[in-house]
Design a protein around this ligand. Structure first.
Ligand code: N01
Length: 545
Protein backbone atom coordinates (compact mmCIF):
# COMPACT_ATOMS: atom_id res chain seq x y z
CA UNK A 1 0.00 0.00 0.00
CA UNK A 2 1.32 3.42 -0.99
CA UNK A 3 -0.38 5.71 1.50
CA UNK A 4 0.10 9.45 1.24
CA UNK A 5 -0.55 11.47 4.40
CA UNK A 6 -3.80 13.24 3.56
CA UNK A 7 -3.66 15.57 6.50
CA UNK A 8 -0.71 17.69 5.37
CA UNK A 9 -1.24 21.36 6.24
CA UNK A 10 -2.36 23.89 3.66
CA UNK A 11 0.62 25.01 1.66
CA UNK A 12 1.35 26.75 -1.59
CA UNK A 13 4.09 24.28 -2.57
CA UNK A 14 2.55 21.83 -5.04
CA UNK A 15 2.07 18.28 -3.81
CA UNK A 16 2.98 15.77 -6.48
CA UNK A 17 0.93 12.61 -6.89
CA UNK A 18 0.20 10.01 -9.55
CA UNK A 19 -3.55 10.57 -9.47
CA UNK A 20 -6.15 12.81 -7.89
CA UNK A 21 -9.67 11.48 -7.44
CA UNK A 22 -12.62 13.75 -6.74
CA UNK A 23 -15.29 12.39 -4.41
CA UNK A 24 -15.35 9.66 -1.75
CA UNK A 25 -18.55 7.85 -2.65
CA UNK A 26 -18.74 4.37 -4.20
CA UNK A 27 -16.72 5.57 -7.22
CA UNK A 28 -13.91 7.44 -5.53
CA UNK A 29 -13.34 4.83 -2.85
CA UNK A 30 -13.06 1.91 -5.27
CA UNK A 31 -10.88 3.95 -7.63
CA UNK A 32 -8.54 4.83 -4.76
CA UNK A 33 -8.30 1.25 -3.65
CA UNK A 34 -7.64 0.07 -7.21
CA UNK A 35 -4.90 2.54 -8.09
CA UNK A 36 -3.23 2.43 -4.68
CA UNK A 37 -3.42 -1.26 -3.85
CA UNK A 38 -3.38 -2.89 -7.29
CA UNK A 39 -1.02 -0.50 -9.09
CA UNK A 40 0.95 0.89 -6.14
CA UNK A 41 0.30 4.48 -7.16
CA UNK A 42 0.39 7.60 -5.03
CA UNK A 43 -3.21 8.77 -4.94
CA UNK A 44 -5.33 11.22 -3.00
CA UNK A 45 -9.09 11.63 -2.88
CA UNK A 46 -10.47 15.12 -2.35
CA UNK A 47 -13.84 15.12 -0.62
CA UNK A 48 -15.93 18.17 0.28
CA UNK A 49 -17.79 16.42 3.11
CA UNK A 50 -16.32 15.40 6.44
CA UNK A 51 -17.02 11.73 5.78
CA UNK A 52 -17.27 9.15 3.03
CA UNK A 53 -20.51 8.22 1.25
CA UNK A 54 -21.03 10.73 -1.55
CA UNK A 55 -24.72 10.87 -2.39
CA UNK A 56 -25.49 8.79 0.71
CA UNK A 57 -23.67 11.29 2.89
CA UNK A 58 -25.83 14.19 1.67
CA UNK A 59 -29.24 12.60 0.97
CA UNK A 60 -30.53 12.15 4.52
CA UNK A 61 -34.12 13.17 3.86
CA UNK A 62 -36.93 11.30 5.65
CA UNK A 63 -37.57 7.97 3.97
CA UNK A 64 -34.28 8.01 2.00
CA UNK A 65 -33.88 4.47 0.85
CA UNK A 66 -32.28 2.72 -2.07
CA UNK A 67 -34.51 1.58 -4.92
CA UNK A 68 -32.06 -1.17 -5.84
CA UNK A 69 -32.29 -4.33 -3.80
CA UNK A 70 -29.68 -4.43 -1.06
CA UNK A 71 -27.86 -7.54 -2.30
CA UNK A 72 -27.21 -5.74 -5.59
CA UNK A 73 -26.37 -2.34 -4.11
CA UNK A 74 -22.88 -3.20 -2.95
CA UNK A 75 -19.38 -3.89 -4.18
CA UNK A 76 -18.71 -7.31 -5.61
CA UNK A 77 -14.96 -6.90 -6.29
CA UNK A 78 -14.05 -8.55 -2.97
CA UNK A 79 -15.53 -11.92 -2.00
CA UNK A 80 -14.52 -11.32 1.62
CA UNK A 81 -16.43 -8.04 1.65
CA UNK A 82 -19.50 -9.71 0.12
CA UNK A 83 -19.34 -12.47 2.72
CA UNK A 84 -18.83 -10.33 5.78
CA UNK A 85 -21.49 -7.66 5.14
CA UNK A 86 -25.11 -8.38 6.01
CA UNK A 87 -28.00 -6.17 4.89
CA UNK A 88 -31.08 -6.06 7.07
CA UNK A 89 -33.80 -5.13 4.56
CA UNK A 90 -34.78 -5.71 0.95
CA UNK A 91 -34.15 -1.99 0.30
CA UNK A 92 -31.59 -0.48 2.64
CA UNK A 93 -32.19 2.88 4.24
CA UNK A 94 -29.68 5.70 3.91
CA UNK A 95 -28.09 5.16 7.37
CA UNK A 96 -27.44 1.51 6.59
CA UNK A 97 -25.84 2.32 3.22
CA UNK A 98 -23.70 4.97 4.87
CA UNK A 99 -22.63 2.40 7.49
CA UNK A 100 -21.69 0.04 4.67
CA UNK A 101 -19.58 2.67 2.92
CA UNK A 102 -17.87 3.55 6.20
CA UNK A 103 -17.18 -0.14 6.70
CA UNK A 104 -15.57 -0.27 3.23
CA UNK A 105 -13.43 2.77 4.06
CA UNK A 106 -12.23 1.18 7.31
CA UNK A 107 -11.79 -2.32 6.01
CA UNK A 108 -9.54 -1.21 3.16
CA UNK A 109 -7.87 1.57 5.19
CA UNK A 110 -8.95 4.22 2.72
CA UNK A 111 -9.25 7.19 5.08
CA UNK A 112 -5.52 8.06 5.24
CA UNK A 113 -5.67 8.82 1.51
CA UNK A 114 -8.89 10.81 1.57
CA UNK A 115 -8.67 14.50 2.31
CA UNK A 116 -12.02 15.47 3.84
CA UNK A 117 -13.49 18.98 4.08
CA UNK A 118 -11.72 19.85 0.86
CA UNK A 119 -13.43 20.98 -2.30
CA UNK A 120 -11.62 21.06 -5.61
CA UNK A 121 -12.02 24.57 -6.99
CA UNK A 122 -10.25 24.22 -10.35
CA UNK A 123 -8.11 21.94 -12.46
CA UNK A 124 -6.02 22.82 -15.49
CA UNK A 125 -3.96 20.64 -17.80
CA UNK A 126 -0.30 21.37 -18.49
CA UNK A 127 0.24 19.89 -21.97
CA UNK A 128 4.02 20.32 -21.81
CA UNK A 129 4.34 17.93 -18.90
CA UNK A 130 1.08 16.01 -19.20
CA UNK A 131 0.07 16.92 -15.71
CA UNK A 132 -3.11 18.14 -14.07
CA UNK A 133 -2.83 21.05 -11.66
CA UNK A 134 -5.62 20.85 -9.11
CA UNK A 135 -6.46 23.58 -6.63
CA UNK A 136 -8.67 23.36 -3.57
CA UNK A 137 -10.63 25.64 -1.30
CA UNK A 138 -8.13 24.80 1.43
CA UNK A 139 -5.42 26.54 -0.59
CA UNK A 140 -3.64 23.42 -1.73
CA UNK A 141 -2.11 22.83 -5.13
CA UNK A 142 -1.71 19.31 -6.40
CA UNK A 143 0.08 18.11 -9.50
CA UNK A 144 -0.86 14.69 -10.82
CA UNK A 145 -0.72 12.76 -14.06
CA UNK A 146 -4.29 11.56 -13.82
CA UNK A 147 -7.45 13.31 -12.71
CA UNK A 148 -10.44 11.06 -12.10
CA UNK A 149 -13.89 12.31 -11.17
CA UNK A 150 -16.20 10.26 -8.96
CA UNK A 151 -18.63 13.05 -8.27
CA UNK A 152 -21.85 11.11 -8.79
CA UNK A 153 -24.55 11.62 -11.37
CA UNK A 154 -27.16 13.05 -9.00
CA UNK A 155 -25.33 15.23 -6.55
CA UNK A 156 -25.76 18.80 -7.68
CA UNK A 157 -29.03 19.91 -6.03
CA UNK A 158 -31.58 21.67 -8.25
CA UNK A 159 -33.28 24.26 -6.05
CA UNK A 160 -35.90 26.00 -8.16
CA UNK A 161 -35.48 29.71 -8.45
CA UNK A 162 -39.06 30.56 -7.46
CA UNK A 163 -39.58 34.29 -6.82
CA UNK A 164 -39.76 35.20 -3.13
CA UNK A 165 -37.86 32.19 -1.80
CA UNK A 166 -35.78 34.40 0.46
CA UNK A 167 -38.90 36.09 1.83
CA UNK A 168 -40.17 32.85 3.36
CA UNK A 169 -40.19 33.13 7.14
CA UNK A 170 -40.34 29.41 7.79
CA UNK A 171 -37.58 26.89 6.99
CA UNK A 172 -36.90 25.42 3.58
CA UNK A 173 -34.75 22.44 2.67
CA UNK A 174 -33.65 20.58 -0.43
CA UNK A 175 -33.76 16.82 0.03
CA UNK A 176 -30.25 16.41 -1.39
CA UNK A 177 -28.72 18.73 1.21
CA UNK A 178 -30.57 17.54 4.28
CA UNK A 179 -29.45 18.77 7.74
CA UNK A 180 -27.54 16.11 9.65
CA UNK A 181 -29.50 16.78 12.82
CA UNK A 182 -32.75 16.02 10.95
CA UNK A 183 -35.92 18.10 10.76
CA UNK A 184 -38.74 17.83 13.27
CA UNK A 185 -42.07 18.09 11.45
CA UNK A 186 -44.19 17.62 14.55
CA UNK A 187 -47.09 20.07 14.57
CA UNK A 188 -45.90 21.73 11.35
CA UNK A 189 -47.61 22.61 8.10
CA UNK A 190 -45.31 21.30 5.41
CA UNK A 191 -45.25 21.94 1.67
CA UNK A 192 -43.46 19.40 -0.53
CA UNK A 193 -42.56 20.46 -4.06
CA UNK A 194 -41.73 17.56 -6.34
CA UNK A 195 -43.06 14.06 -6.89
CA UNK A 196 -40.06 12.21 -8.34
CA UNK A 197 -38.41 9.21 -6.65
CA UNK A 198 -37.31 11.36 -3.72
CA UNK A 199 -40.64 13.13 -3.07
CA UNK A 200 -42.44 9.81 -3.36
CA UNK A 201 -40.15 8.31 -0.70
CA UNK A 202 -40.31 11.34 1.60
CA UNK A 203 -44.03 12.26 1.47
CA UNK A 204 -45.39 9.26 3.42
CA UNK A 205 -42.77 9.65 6.15
CA UNK A 206 -43.24 13.41 6.50
CA UNK A 207 -47.03 13.07 6.47
CA UNK A 208 -46.88 10.51 9.29
CA UNK A 209 -45.25 13.16 11.50
CA UNK A 210 -46.46 16.56 10.32
CA UNK A 211 -49.66 18.33 11.24
CA UNK A 212 -50.48 18.81 7.59
CA UNK A 213 -48.76 18.27 4.25
CA UNK A 214 -49.50 20.00 0.95
CA UNK A 215 -47.93 18.32 -2.06
CA UNK A 216 -47.29 20.53 -5.08
CA UNK A 217 -47.32 18.20 -8.08
CA UNK A 218 -46.18 19.37 -11.50
CA UNK A 219 -46.05 15.99 -13.20
CA UNK A 220 -48.00 12.99 -11.96
CA UNK A 221 -45.81 9.92 -11.67
CA UNK A 222 -46.06 6.16 -11.78
CA UNK A 223 -44.78 4.33 -8.75
CA UNK A 224 -44.44 0.66 -7.90
CA UNK A 225 -44.76 -0.63 -4.32
CA UNK A 226 -41.35 -1.55 -2.93
CA UNK A 227 -42.76 -4.34 -0.73
CA UNK A 228 -39.85 -3.66 1.55
CA UNK A 229 -39.31 -6.23 4.31
CA UNK A 230 -36.58 -7.57 6.56
CA UNK A 231 -34.40 -10.10 4.77
CA UNK A 232 -34.92 -13.68 5.87
CA UNK A 233 -31.97 -15.87 6.93
CA UNK A 234 -32.68 -17.98 3.82
CA UNK A 235 -32.38 -14.99 1.51
CA UNK A 236 -29.19 -13.81 3.21
CA UNK A 237 -27.70 -17.27 2.72
CA UNK A 238 -28.86 -17.38 -0.90
CA UNK A 239 -27.28 -13.96 -1.65
CA UNK A 240 -23.91 -15.11 -0.34
CA UNK A 241 -23.95 -18.60 -1.81
CA UNK A 242 -25.07 -17.35 -5.22
CA UNK A 243 -22.92 -14.19 -5.26
CA UNK A 244 -21.04 -15.20 -8.42
CA UNK A 245 -24.26 -15.91 -10.29
CA UNK A 246 -25.91 -12.70 -9.09
CA UNK A 247 -22.84 -10.72 -10.18
CA UNK A 248 -22.88 -12.38 -13.58
CA UNK A 249 -26.54 -11.48 -14.13
CA UNK A 250 -25.95 -7.85 -13.10
CA UNK A 251 -22.91 -7.52 -15.34
CA UNK A 252 -24.55 -8.91 -18.44
CA UNK A 253 -28.06 -7.48 -18.45
CA UNK A 254 -29.62 -4.18 -19.45
CA UNK A 255 -29.83 -2.29 -16.15
CA UNK A 256 -27.26 -4.03 -13.91
CA UNK A 257 -30.02 -5.23 -11.60
CA UNK A 258 -29.98 -8.80 -10.27
CA UNK A 259 -32.80 -10.00 -12.52
CA UNK A 260 -33.37 -10.49 -16.22
CA UNK A 261 -36.25 -9.25 -18.38
CA UNK A 262 -38.72 -12.05 -19.04
CA UNK A 263 -38.42 -13.12 -22.70
CA UNK A 264 -41.99 -12.15 -23.60
CA UNK A 265 -43.77 -9.27 -25.28
CA UNK A 266 -46.88 -7.53 -23.99
CA UNK A 267 -48.97 -7.68 -27.14
CA UNK A 268 -48.02 -11.29 -27.86
CA UNK A 269 -49.32 -12.39 -24.46
CA UNK A 270 -53.00 -13.27 -24.04
CA UNK A 271 -54.78 -10.46 -22.11
CA UNK A 272 -55.78 -12.76 -19.23
CA UNK A 273 -52.24 -14.09 -18.85
CA UNK A 274 -50.90 -10.55 -19.20
CA UNK A 275 -53.11 -9.37 -16.37
CA UNK A 276 -52.06 -12.27 -14.17
CA UNK A 277 -48.38 -11.59 -14.86
CA UNK A 278 -48.77 -7.90 -14.07
CA UNK A 279 -50.66 -8.67 -10.85
CA UNK A 280 -47.87 -11.02 -9.80
CA UNK A 281 -45.22 -8.43 -10.66
CA UNK A 282 -47.15 -5.75 -8.72
CA UNK A 283 -47.34 -8.07 -5.73
CA UNK A 284 -43.60 -8.75 -5.91
CA UNK A 285 -42.96 -5.03 -6.27
CA UNK A 286 -39.83 -3.01 -6.88
CA UNK A 287 -38.02 -2.15 -10.09
CA UNK A 288 -38.37 -5.79 -11.13
CA UNK A 289 -41.95 -4.91 -12.08
CA UNK A 290 -40.41 -3.62 -15.35
CA UNK A 291 -39.00 -7.07 -16.06
CA UNK A 292 -42.37 -8.78 -16.52
CA UNK A 293 -42.10 -8.04 -20.26
CA UNK A 294 -39.13 -7.10 -22.41
CA UNK A 295 -40.72 -4.54 -24.72
CA UNK A 296 -42.14 -2.03 -22.22
CA UNK A 297 -39.72 0.69 -23.23
CA UNK A 298 -39.64 -0.10 -26.92
CA UNK A 299 -43.23 -0.56 -28.05
CA UNK A 300 -45.61 2.37 -27.34
CA UNK A 301 -48.71 0.16 -27.52
CA UNK A 302 -47.20 -2.34 -25.07
CA UNK A 303 -46.23 0.50 -22.79
CA UNK A 304 -49.76 1.85 -22.84
CA UNK A 305 -51.04 -1.48 -21.48
CA UNK A 306 -48.61 -1.40 -18.55
CA UNK A 307 -49.26 2.31 -17.94
CA UNK A 308 -53.02 1.72 -17.79
CA UNK A 309 -52.48 -1.16 -15.36
CA UNK A 310 -50.58 1.15 -12.98
CA UNK A 311 -53.11 3.97 -13.39
CA UNK A 312 -55.82 1.47 -12.46
CA UNK A 313 -53.92 0.56 -9.31
CA UNK A 314 -53.62 4.24 -8.33
CA UNK A 315 -57.36 4.76 -8.85
CA UNK A 316 -58.10 1.65 -6.78
CA UNK A 317 -55.87 2.73 -3.88
CA UNK A 318 -56.74 6.43 -3.61
CA UNK A 319 -60.23 6.91 -2.20
CA UNK A 320 -60.84 10.58 -3.08
CA UNK A 321 -61.75 10.46 -6.82
CA UNK A 322 -60.43 13.98 -7.50
CA UNK A 323 -57.06 13.19 -5.92
CA UNK A 324 -56.96 9.81 -7.65
CA UNK A 325 -57.57 11.53 -10.97
CA UNK A 326 -54.76 14.03 -10.37
CA UNK A 327 -52.35 11.29 -9.37
CA UNK A 328 -53.17 9.01 -12.28
CA UNK A 329 -53.30 11.68 -14.98
CA UNK A 330 -49.79 10.79 -16.11
CA UNK A 331 -48.54 12.35 -19.33
CA UNK A 332 -45.59 10.12 -20.21
CA UNK A 333 -45.03 6.43 -20.94
CA UNK A 334 -44.38 4.10 -18.02
CA UNK A 335 -40.68 4.01 -17.00
CA UNK A 336 -39.74 6.58 -19.64
CA UNK A 337 -38.84 8.78 -16.68
CA UNK A 338 -37.05 6.96 -13.86
CA UNK A 339 -39.86 4.92 -12.23
CA UNK A 340 -40.09 5.50 -8.48
CA UNK A 341 -40.53 2.73 -5.97
CA UNK A 342 -42.56 3.51 -2.88
CA UNK A 343 -43.71 2.50 0.54
CA UNK A 344 -47.35 3.56 1.00
CA UNK A 345 -47.13 6.58 -1.33
CA UNK A 346 -50.58 6.45 -2.88
CA UNK A 347 -52.08 5.12 0.37
CA UNK A 348 -50.84 8.25 2.14
CA UNK A 349 -53.36 10.34 0.17
CA UNK A 350 -56.12 8.56 2.10
CA UNK A 351 -55.00 10.30 5.31
CA UNK A 352 -56.85 13.41 6.36
CA UNK A 353 -53.71 15.54 6.86
CA UNK A 354 -52.56 15.69 3.23
CA UNK A 355 -53.70 17.64 0.17
CA UNK A 356 -52.51 17.51 -3.41
CA UNK A 357 -52.21 20.64 -5.54
CA UNK A 358 -51.90 20.39 -9.31
CA UNK A 359 -49.38 23.08 -10.16
CA UNK A 360 -49.60 22.27 -13.86
CA UNK A 361 -53.17 23.64 -13.70
CA UNK A 362 -52.51 26.34 -11.10
CA UNK A 363 -48.78 27.13 -11.24
CA UNK A 364 -46.74 28.39 -8.31
CA UNK A 365 -46.47 32.16 -8.71
CA UNK A 366 -44.25 32.93 -5.77
CA UNK A 367 -43.14 32.07 -2.31
CA UNK A 368 -44.42 34.53 0.26
CA UNK A 369 -43.39 35.18 3.83
CA UNK A 370 -46.16 32.77 4.91
CA UNK A 371 -46.05 30.01 2.33
CA UNK A 372 -46.59 29.23 -1.35
CA UNK A 373 -48.91 31.20 -3.61
CA UNK A 374 -50.27 29.52 -6.71
CA UNK A 375 -52.35 31.17 -9.41
CA UNK A 376 -55.54 30.53 -7.43
CA UNK A 377 -54.67 30.18 -3.74
CA UNK A 378 -52.13 30.78 -1.02
CA UNK A 379 -51.00 27.87 1.15
CA UNK A 380 -49.68 28.84 4.61
CA UNK A 381 -46.65 26.72 5.52
CA UNK A 382 -44.05 26.37 8.28
CA UNK A 383 -41.62 24.26 6.26
CA UNK A 384 -41.04 23.85 2.51
CA UNK A 385 -39.28 20.73 1.25
CA UNK A 386 -37.89 20.92 -2.27
CA UNK A 387 -37.74 17.37 -3.63
CA UNK A 388 -36.89 18.92 -6.97
CA UNK A 389 -34.03 16.72 -8.06
CA UNK A 390 -30.63 17.48 -9.46
CA UNK A 391 -28.67 19.14 -12.21
CA UNK A 392 -28.04 15.57 -13.23
CA UNK A 393 -24.96 14.04 -14.81
CA UNK A 394 -23.19 17.23 -15.87
CA UNK A 395 -23.95 19.62 -12.96
CA UNK A 396 -21.33 18.31 -10.56
CA UNK A 397 -18.70 17.94 -13.28
CA UNK A 398 -19.12 21.47 -14.56
CA UNK A 399 -18.92 22.95 -11.07
CA UNK A 400 -15.36 21.62 -10.90
CA UNK A 401 -14.05 24.30 -13.31
CA UNK A 402 -11.92 21.97 -15.40
CA UNK A 403 -9.71 23.47 -18.09
CA UNK A 404 -8.20 21.17 -20.70
CA UNK A 405 -5.68 21.79 -23.45
CA UNK A 406 -5.28 25.28 -24.89
CA UNK A 407 -7.24 26.78 -22.01
CA UNK A 408 -10.55 25.26 -23.14
CA UNK A 409 -13.00 24.96 -20.25
CA UNK A 410 -15.19 21.87 -19.98
CA UNK A 411 -18.27 24.09 -19.59
CA UNK A 412 -17.46 25.74 -22.94
CA UNK A 413 -16.66 22.46 -24.68
CA UNK A 414 -20.01 21.17 -23.43
CA UNK A 415 -21.96 24.37 -24.07
CA UNK A 416 -24.40 22.43 -26.29
CA UNK A 417 -24.46 19.36 -24.04
CA UNK A 418 -21.95 16.71 -23.00
CA UNK A 419 -19.70 15.21 -25.70
CA UNK A 420 -17.25 12.46 -24.91
CA UNK A 421 -16.13 8.96 -25.77
CA UNK A 422 -17.81 6.05 -23.94
CA UNK A 423 -18.70 8.42 -21.09
CA UNK A 424 -15.07 8.01 -20.00
CA UNK A 425 -13.00 10.70 -21.70
CA UNK A 426 -13.52 14.10 -23.28
CA UNK A 427 -11.44 15.12 -26.34
CA UNK A 428 -9.00 17.88 -25.40
CA UNK A 429 -8.93 16.78 -21.75
CA UNK A 430 -6.13 14.19 -21.70
CA UNK A 431 -5.64 11.91 -18.69
CA UNK A 432 -9.03 12.95 -17.29
CA UNK A 433 -11.45 10.08 -16.65
CA UNK A 434 -15.09 10.56 -15.62
CA UNK A 435 -16.53 7.61 -13.66
CA UNK A 436 -20.15 7.05 -14.76
CA UNK A 437 -19.95 10.16 -16.90
CA UNK A 438 -22.72 11.20 -19.31
CA UNK A 439 -22.67 8.93 -22.34
CA UNK A 440 -22.29 5.82 -20.17
CA UNK A 441 -25.24 3.68 -18.93
CA UNK A 442 -24.85 5.25 -15.45
CA UNK A 443 -28.26 6.43 -14.19
CA UNK A 444 -30.12 3.86 -16.25
CA UNK A 445 -28.34 1.25 -14.14
CA UNK A 446 -28.08 -0.03 -10.66
CA UNK A 447 -24.98 2.08 -10.06
CA UNK A 448 -22.51 -0.04 -8.04
CA UNK A 449 -21.91 -2.56 -10.88
CA UNK A 450 -21.64 0.32 -13.37
CA UNK A 451 -19.07 1.99 -11.11
CA UNK A 452 -17.07 -1.23 -10.74
CA UNK A 453 -17.01 -1.65 -14.51
CA UNK A 454 -15.77 1.90 -15.08
CA UNK A 455 -13.18 1.77 -12.30
CA UNK A 456 -11.85 -1.57 -13.54
CA UNK A 457 -11.63 -0.25 -17.09
CA UNK A 458 -9.80 2.92 -16.00
CA UNK A 459 -7.46 0.95 -13.72
CA UNK A 460 -6.57 -1.51 -16.48
CA UNK A 461 -5.99 1.37 -18.87
CA UNK A 462 -3.63 3.12 -16.44
CA UNK A 463 -1.85 -0.17 -15.72
CA UNK A 464 -1.28 -0.63 -19.45
CA UNK A 465 0.03 2.96 -19.70
CA UNK A 466 2.41 2.45 -16.78
CA UNK A 467 3.69 -0.83 -18.21
CA UNK A 468 4.11 0.47 -21.74
CA UNK A 469 5.52 3.87 -20.84
CA UNK A 470 2.62 6.01 -22.06
CA UNK A 471 2.20 9.36 -20.36
CA UNK A 472 -0.93 10.55 -21.99
CA UNK A 473 -4.26 9.22 -23.21
CA UNK A 474 -6.99 11.21 -24.89
CA UNK A 475 -10.18 10.42 -26.73
CA UNK A 476 -10.11 11.50 -30.37
CA UNK A 477 -12.80 13.95 -31.53
CA UNK A 478 -13.79 11.46 -34.25
CA UNK A 479 -14.38 8.67 -31.75
CA UNK A 480 -16.34 11.06 -29.56
CA UNK A 481 -18.56 12.07 -32.50
CA UNK A 482 -19.27 8.44 -33.34
CA UNK A 483 -20.06 7.68 -29.72
CA UNK A 484 -22.40 10.68 -29.33
CA UNK A 485 -24.30 9.45 -32.40
CA UNK A 486 -24.53 6.01 -30.82
CA UNK A 487 -25.87 7.51 -27.57
CA UNK A 488 -28.57 9.32 -29.58
CA UNK A 489 -29.36 6.26 -31.65
CA UNK A 490 -29.75 4.09 -28.55
CA UNK A 491 -32.03 6.62 -26.85
CA UNK A 492 -34.16 7.09 -29.95
CA UNK A 493 -34.69 3.34 -30.20
CA UNK A 494 -36.59 3.51 -26.91
CA UNK A 495 -39.45 5.55 -25.45
CA UNK A 496 -36.98 7.27 -23.11
CA UNK A 497 -36.18 9.97 -25.63
CA UNK A 498 -39.88 10.70 -26.17
CA UNK A 499 -40.31 12.44 -22.80
CA UNK A 500 -39.41 16.05 -23.23
CA UNK A 501 -39.54 17.07 -19.55
CA UNK A 502 -37.15 14.49 -18.18
CA UNK A 503 -33.90 15.04 -16.29
CA UNK A 504 -32.34 12.39 -18.55
CA UNK A 505 -32.43 15.23 -21.11
CA UNK A 506 -31.56 18.02 -18.71
CA UNK A 507 -35.04 19.51 -19.13
CA UNK A 508 -35.50 20.03 -15.38
CA UNK A 509 -32.84 22.75 -15.17
CA UNK A 510 -33.75 26.03 -16.86
CA UNK A 511 -31.29 26.91 -19.63
CA UNK A 512 -29.57 23.52 -19.66
CA UNK A 513 -28.97 22.17 -23.19
CA UNK A 514 -31.39 19.36 -23.88
CA UNK A 515 -29.39 16.32 -24.86
CA UNK A 516 -30.21 12.77 -23.86
CA UNK A 517 -27.31 12.04 -21.53
CA UNK A 518 -27.11 8.38 -20.40
CA UNK A 519 -26.34 5.51 -22.79
CA UNK A 520 -29.53 3.50 -23.27
CA UNK A 521 -27.97 0.63 -25.26
CA UNK A 522 -27.82 -1.62 -22.18
CA UNK A 523 -25.14 -2.17 -19.57
CA UNK A 524 -24.01 -5.62 -20.73
CA UNK A 525 -23.73 -4.41 -24.32
CA UNK A 526 -21.87 -1.27 -23.24
CA UNK A 527 -19.34 -3.35 -21.25
CA UNK A 528 -18.71 -5.48 -24.33
CA UNK A 529 -18.06 -2.32 -26.36
CA UNK A 530 -15.57 -1.10 -23.74
CA UNK A 531 -13.81 -4.49 -23.74
CA UNK A 532 -13.67 -4.54 -27.53
CA UNK A 533 -12.07 -1.07 -27.56
CA UNK A 534 -9.28 -2.49 -25.36
CA UNK A 535 -8.86 -5.53 -27.60
CA UNK A 536 -8.41 -3.18 -30.53
CA UNK A 537 -5.55 -1.39 -28.75
CA UNK A 538 -7.68 1.33 -27.25
CA UNK A 539 -9.37 2.18 -30.48
CA UNK A 540 -10.59 5.78 -30.47
CA UNK A 541 -7.99 6.88 -27.92
CA UNK A 542 -4.67 8.50 -28.74
CA UNK A 543 -1.83 7.27 -26.55
CA UNK A 544 1.54 8.97 -26.40
CA UNK A 545 4.75 8.81 -24.40
O1 N01 B 1 -35.72 14.22 -8.68
P1 N01 B 1 -36.62 14.23 -10.02
P2 N01 B 1 -35.67 13.14 -7.52
N1 N01 B 1 -41.47 23.52 -9.69
O2 N01 B 1 -35.92 15.19 -10.93
C1 N01 B 1 -40.40 18.53 -9.67
C2 N01 B 1 -32.46 9.06 -7.97
N2 N01 B 1 -32.95 8.59 -6.70
O3 N01 B 1 -34.74 13.66 -6.50
O4 N01 B 1 -41.42 16.04 -13.36
C3 N01 B 1 -42.22 22.46 -9.37
O5 N01 B 1 -36.86 12.85 -10.51
C4 N01 B 1 -40.37 17.65 -10.87
O6 N01 B 1 -41.46 17.89 -11.71
P3 N01 B 1 -41.35 17.55 -13.29
C5 N01 B 1 -33.30 8.47 -9.07
O7 N01 B 1 -32.50 8.14 -10.16
C6 N01 B 1 -32.49 7.39 -6.35
O8 N01 B 1 -37.01 12.74 -7.10
O9 N01 B 1 -40.00 18.06 -13.74
N3 N01 B 1 -41.81 21.19 -9.42
C7 N01 B 1 -40.40 16.27 -10.19
O10 N01 B 1 -41.68 15.95 -9.77
C8 N01 B 1 -34.20 9.60 -9.38
O11 N01 B 1 -34.79 9.56 -10.62
C9 N01 B 1 -32.88 6.84 -5.22
O12 N01 B 1 -42.48 18.26 -13.88
C10 N01 B 1 -40.55 20.98 -9.80
C11 N01 B 1 -39.53 16.51 -8.97
O13 N01 B 1 -39.57 17.90 -8.70
C12 N01 B 1 -33.25 10.75 -9.19
O14 N01 B 1 -32.54 10.43 -8.02
C13 N01 B 1 -33.80 7.48 -4.40
C14 N01 B 1 -39.69 22.04 -10.14
C15 N01 B 1 -38.09 16.15 -9.20
O15 N01 B 1 -38.00 14.81 -9.53
C16 N01 B 1 -33.89 12.07 -9.02
O16 N01 B 1 -35.04 11.92 -8.20
C17 N01 B 1 -34.27 8.74 -4.76
C18 N01 B 1 -40.20 23.35 -10.07
N4 N01 B 1 -39.44 24.40 -10.41
C19 N01 B 1 -33.82 9.28 -5.92
N5 N01 B 1 -38.49 21.51 -10.46
C20 N01 B 1 -32.28 5.51 -4.97
O17 N01 B 1 -32.91 4.61 -4.68
C21 N01 B 1 -38.62 20.17 -10.35
N6 N01 B 1 -39.86 19.86 -9.94
C22 N01 B 1 -30.84 5.26 -5.22
Amino acid sequence: MNTVAASSPASTAPITLDAIIIGAGFSGMYQLLSLRDKLGMKVRVLEAADGVGGTWYWNRYPGARCDSESHSYMFYFSKELVNEWEWSERYPQQPEILRYLNHVADRFQLRPDIQFNTRMTSASFDSGHNRWHVRTDTGQHYVAKFLITGVGCLSSANVPDIPGRDDFQGQWYHTGQWPHEGVDFTGKRVGVVGTGSTGIQAIPVITAQAKHVTVFQRTANYSIPARNQPLTPEFKRFAKEQADGIRHIMNTNTNAHPFRMAPRKVMETHPAERQALLEAAWLKGGLEFRAAFNDTLIDAEANQVIAEFVRGKIRAIVKNPKTAEMLSDIDHPFAAKRPPVDSQYFETYNRDNIDLVNIRATPIERITAQGIKTSDAEYPLDIIVFATGFDAMTGSLLKLDIEGENGVKLKDYWHAGPRNYLGLQVPGFPNLFTITGPGSPSVLCNLPPAIEQHVDWITNCIRMMNEQGFNRIEATPEASDVWCNEVNRAANATLLAKVKHSWYLGANVPGKPQVFMPYAGGFGHYSEICNQVVKENYKGFRLSA
